[in-house]
Each structure stands twice: as C-alpha cells, then as structure tokens.
Design a protein around this ligand. Structure first.
Ligand SMILES: O=c1ccn([C@@H]2O[C@H](COP(=O)(O)OP(=O)(O)O[C@H]3O[C@H](CO)[C@@H](O)[C@H](O)[C@H]3O)[C@@H](O)[C@H]2O)c(=O)[nH]1
Length: 465
C-alpha cells in the first residue's frame, strides 16, 4: 500500500499499538523521517489495516502501511484490551520477524524499529533480528514517569505487588508538578483480576524497555517547567533510555496529512456547523478507545445535552448507542448531530465550536490546544486522569466535570465560557507546545536521535565489514 518501496532509502519500521490515538502520531512521526532520507513503514495488525486501508489519504504515499496477521476477528465489534494483548504476545511476533527477514532479502536494509511501548512485544523481535530499536511513548512524559515509578511504589509500599493502592492519596511527587495520586494509576480499571493483569502488562513493558537506547516521546520539550517558567529537571529512573520529546505530533506543520481513520468520517457535520453562530456548538467525543462509559452514563449525557438547549455534535459509535433514550436521535435532530466518527480536527478548527467535552486522550488534548478550544474534562481511563489534571490545574484551559447530570455540565459550561482569561492561557500553552521555539527544539531532538542511530549503524557496518 502507498508508494512502491525504494531500495536505496534505509527503512525505519514503526510499530504502533493498534488504537487510533497511537496510529495517528506514529504516521506523523514516520513522515518526519522522510526528509532525513529514510523510508518509513508503519506495521499494523490485519484487523485495523482493513479499516485504515479504506480511509487512507492516497496522495500522502510517503509512508507505507503493511499488515501482519493477528488471529483476531475485528468484524465482530470492538476488541478488548486483553484479546489484543493475547494477539500481540502470541501471534504477531512471529509474523513481524518473518516480515523483517523478507525485507532484508527483498527490499533492503531496515535500520531501526520504532516501537510503541504499549507494543513492547516487538522489542524482543528487534533483538532477535539484530536491528536497533527505539521506544515510542504516545502520551505525556509525566505518564511515562508514572509507569517507571512502579518499582519505587512497590518498594515503598504505596502499592502492593499486584498494584493495589495501600491507601488513597499521593503516589508520586515530582518537582514543580501536580501531585499524582492513586486515581492516576492507569491500571486501576475493572475487576481486581483485570487490574492485576494490567499491572503485569506495565511491568513487562518496563522490563523490556530497559534495553532500549532511545525513547521518542509524543510530548513537547518544555513539558516540565515551574511557576517561573524555568525548565525543571525530572531525574529519570535508573537504566532508562535517552529521552527525546518530539511532539506533539499533531502540530500545524503535520496536519495537512489526514489521519489514518479506523472508521469513515461523517463530513456532513461540517456543513451543519457552517449554519451556527460562533462559539455556540458543544463538541462531545470520548476518542476511539473502548472505555467503560456504560449505558447509564450515555443516557444521562443524552438527556443533559438535550436540556442544555445548545447545538451539539456528539461522536457516539453505534456500539455505544444502546444507552440512548427511545427515539432520541429523531427528537434532537434539529438541535444536535450524532455521528459515529467525525473529522475531529476540522470540527475543532471551526469557529462555531465553543466548548469541547473530552475524555482527555492525549491527541485530542493537543488538537484542542492547537485550535484553542475550551475543555470540559471527563476522563475515563488510563492516562486521561493525569492529562485532565494538567488541563485543569496547571494550564487552566478547562474544567473537570464532576458528573454528567444537567447541573454538572451547565455549571461547567458557564465556568469555561465566562472565564475571560482562558483565551490568553490557551494561547500561552499553544505557544509552549507548538510555537516556533517548541518546533525548533523538536527538530533538534529528531536530528539528535537520527545522529545516534547513524552512529550505531556505522558501528554495525564496521563490524560486519
Ligand atoms: O470522531 C473522532 C474522534 C477522534 N478522532 C481522532 O482520534 C484521535 C484520538 O486520539 P486520543 O484523543 O489520544 O484518544 P484515544 O484514541 O482514545 O487514545 C488512546 O491513546 C492515547 C495516546 O496514548 C491516550 O492518551 C488515550 O487516553 C487513549 O485512550 C485524535 O487524533 C482525534 O482527532 C477522530 O478523527 N474522529
């Protein structure tokens, strides 16, 4: 798929975790390698490859997408975390290995694998094939730091060996950063057994990533600063890779490239937006992830949006619609648009959109900043609680929803729209994350990574010779 291979250009294979919020930044990271003379190839499991293939932007063929078998049936509906994990551990490695060997024989050299840490299974494949690997962290650096603190947390008895918090409250305190608490631990999802299994996933990820020389992070270089805007040194844990912040991979220079959407975007809502006044529409989206939002909450939010009496666009997958009250879609058809998947960035850019109710996924957070939209935060799982903390307490560009009842949302909408200083804070965080200085630091970091990679490659070549 995409352009034909170019045997002259060294190849970098990128292995994302198979979720929208992971594949999007990987594509953009791949594109950043093109101008450095590499041929980027994104490897995805078949179940998402089928979906992406239908929605890929054909003229942006600079990045190739290839698939590997996964043993999964993605047609039946959303796959859960554990079936994907099973496939990643037991099925995909052997196919990636044979793909790498095939590349080596037929198409020329793969010089590096860039591996999403949530797909850490591929680190061992790279090792077996003798190919240098770099890690990729798709979210904030602080959430990576939280994961790397697991051994310290167990050692100081803040959590048990199975990840169960010993008490409620602070688990990690970093200089000049908000305190991270038990609520922010990303494995605390679902039953006791699922929490234990998720902690195991993270500890295995950590163990595997200790062999990585480099880690590319989809966050901005000045993520850690103090109240005087001075950079703060956050000591990395022992045996950690060299970190290169290269994000956000959503910044304006990269957004001419269409995201490789897993679902077809409903573009009718763009025309609909053109008929609405500036800042009047509420956009609601909880990203792509299968999150335990639940029917009851969907129903509450549905009734709230209706009673707010403001126009809205709500991204709600078909599989989540059982919770809607009978006849809801027809009833609200004049007031709002329910879509299964939206052209999110175009919606956020639209002047009619004033407020964004978000799950605080990292890419969505960065896109909101890029478009300077005020946020109402409703974190659901994983890193979203930490992202929410930064949005609300540090950057002060949004308000956390305490619930989805009318009173909760009404009050929060009032707070964000009446806050006259929020516009200025949005501009400030925009500059810090995507402004000129941030962009040139990112370019420098990418160059430094590539310099390191070339040195390793040179040493390998000398040895082979
Ligand atoms: O209708 C929609 C909804 C979303 N998007 C796009 O999908 C991406 C969603 O990414 P993100 O906001 O990061 O959410 P998730 O896909 O849910 O991402 C997962 O991965 C992220 C990166 O690790 C984490 O921060 C999240 O918590 C985790 O749920 C964004 O680029 C959106 O523009 C669309 O194009 N159309």
């Amino acid at each position: 798929m995409g352009v034909k291979c170019n045997p002259k250009r060294p190849k970098i294979l990128l292995v994302p975790y198979p979720a929208q919020g992971h594949v999007n930044p990987m594509l953009k990271l791949g594109l950043s390698f093109v101008s450095h003379g590499f041929e980027p190839i994104v490897v995805t499991p078949e179940f998402i490859h089928h979906r992406i293939a239908a929605n890929l932007d054909p003229h942006k063929g600079e990045v190739r997408f290839v698939s590997i078998p996964d043993g999964l049936d993605g047609e039946k509906g959303p796959l859960d975390f554990f079936s994907i994990e099973k496939s990643m551990e037991n099925v995909m490695p052997i196919y990636l290995e044979s793909l790498l060997r095939k590349f080596d024989e037929d198409e020329g050299k793969v010089v590096c694998l860039v591996i999403d840490l949530l797909a850490s299974w591929a680190i061992q494949v790279a090792e077996r094939c003798g190919i240098p690997a770099a890690g990729f962290w798709p979210a904030m650096q602080v959430t990576y730091r939280l994961i790397t603190a697991i051994p310290e947390m167990i050692h100081s008895d803040l959590i048990s060996e199975t990840g169960c918090p010993r008490h409620q409250g602070t688990v990690l305190s970093l200089p000049s950063q908000p305190l991270l608490s038990t609520e922010d631990l990303p494995w605390l999802i679902g039953t006791q057994a699922s929490r234990k299994a998720r902690l195991k996933f993270w500890t295995r990820t950590l163990e595997r990533s200790t062999t990585l020389p480099w880690l590319l992070i989809n966050s901005f270089p000045r993520e850690f600063i103090d109240e005087y805007e001075a950079d703060v040194r956050i000591a990395p844990p022992h045996a950690s890779p060299i970190v290169f912040p290269v994000g956000p991979l959503t910044k304006p220079s990269l957004t001419t490239v269409k995201n490789p959407s897993f679902w077809k975007e409903d573009t009718n809502c763009l025309d609909w937006l053109n008929h609405h006044e500036s800042n009047s529409v509420i956009y609601v989206s909880f990203g792509s992830w299968v999150s335990p939002v639940g029917d009851a909450k969907i129903k509450t939010l549905a009734l709230t949006l209706e009673s707010l009496n403001r126009p809205f666009i709500w991204v709600l997958a078909e599989s989540w619609r059982q919770g809607l009250p009978n006849g809801y879609s027809e009833r609200v058809s004049k007031q709002g648009k329910l879509v299964s998947w939206a052209p999110q960035l175009q919606i956020l850019r639209h002047k009619a959109v004033g407020v964004y109710i978000t799950h605080c996924g990292w890419n969505s957070t960065m896109e909101a900043i890029q478009c300077r939209k005020r946020l109402l935060c409703y974190p659901v799982a994983g890193d979203q609680f930490v992202n929410c903390k930064y949005i609300v307490k540090v950057w002060k560009i949004g308000v956390r929803l305490n619930g989805l009842e009318l009173k909760d949302v009404e009050e929060a909408v009032r707070k964000v729209t009446e806050d006259e200083e929020m516009e200025g804070r949005l501009m400030k965080i925009y500059q810090r994350t995507m402004g000129e200085e941030a962009s040139s630091s990112v370019m420098g970091n990418l160059k430094a990574f590539i310099f390191g990679l070339n040195q390793v490659q040179h040493l390998k070549d000398v040895k082979t010779f």
